[in-house]
Design a protein around this ligand. Sequence first.
Ligand SMILES: Nc1ncnc2c1ncn2[C@@H]1O[C@H](COP(=O)(O)OP(=O)(O)OP(=O)(O)O)[C@@H](O)[C@H]1O
Length: 343
Amino acid sequence: MAKHGRQHIEQHISDDDAVVASAIDLVKTYGDGDARVKALDHLSVDFARGEMTAIMGPSGSGKSTLMHCMAGLDQPTSGTVMVEGLEVSSMNQRQLTRFRREQIGFIFQSFNLVPTLSAEENILLPLQIAKKPIDRAWFDKVVSVVGLQQRLSHRPSQLSGGQQQRVACARAIMARPSVIFADEPTGNLDSRTSREVLGFLKNSVHEYGQTIVMVTHDPRAASYADRVLVLADGRITQDLRHPTYQEILRVFASDDDAEDAGSGFDDADAIRNAEPAEPATAVAPSAANAPAPAEEEAGSTHKDEPSPEVTSGIDMPSLVSPKLSIPEAEPFDAHTAGNGAAA
Ligand SMILES: Nc1ncnc2c1ncn2[C@@H]1O[C@H](COP(=O)(O)OP(=O)(O)OP(=O)(O)O)[C@@H](O)[C@H]1O
């Protein structure tokens, strides 16, 4: 905060509507002495409203830490996080819980759905917890875009991985949050389902002005973004506007794994380049044009049995990404709830 003091924060608060979230001189350290790790090293960045930003970088470069600090899931050691003019980094736990409920949507690699609830109940849970009215027309639109009309009464264990992630996407966008933070949203999905999910996310940005920040290792997934940030050692080393898949690969040219990392996709560049030709419609092109994904995947079976600890969507403790450490006393947080960390 020394370099960027109160004046800098106030400047961010009064900035125009274009910036939805900012990190200002963010530092996050873990551990002490020899075990001390600087996960974020005086990092500053603004996230524009209505953009999809991908955060890339080698393992341990600070991607998740940045996202968790931005989303109010972790406290920075120093520096400031602003979202919608709110100083997230100085909030107490109660304020953080409310902030996440009201401003943030989450999509995790492990879906984090409540296993005892149906798809529809999962999608509506954050609104019900926040006691917000349900816009049925918006619900119907979101459900139709993600192709879940025929699966609303199914529980997560009766859905494929792709269908579960589409439920998680619908849940995230249903409350029209200021920002959706997505942590490796396609990490557990096959290439076709990945394209559907990414197409839906991208469409929600372009059709509805949704802001999305997505951590990914996958250059194909990142090529869907309007902007790609590359982190190394807790700093931003590249800030790319609308990079193609090839351009992203070139950035990681020294990384032997870069080619392999994207091999799960057929040709995202072709899809990416084709998308502007799609008519402006309220329905996600990739999801709408997909060959009835819900029906196609209907035969798949899944073994994610409900955790015995999770018996209610309402009064269970906060269940979050396994990487996170949330104080025990924190109230239930519907956006981050699910079965991922329950076992
Ligand atoms: N809870 C923690 N305790 C101690 N060190 C941590 C903790 N969380 C993260 N770190 C360390 O902080 C650094 C950044 O971690 P972070 O998870 O943000 O990286 P990442 O880029 O998301 O990595 P990955 O791609 O492997 O998920 C790493 O050195 C990591 O070991």
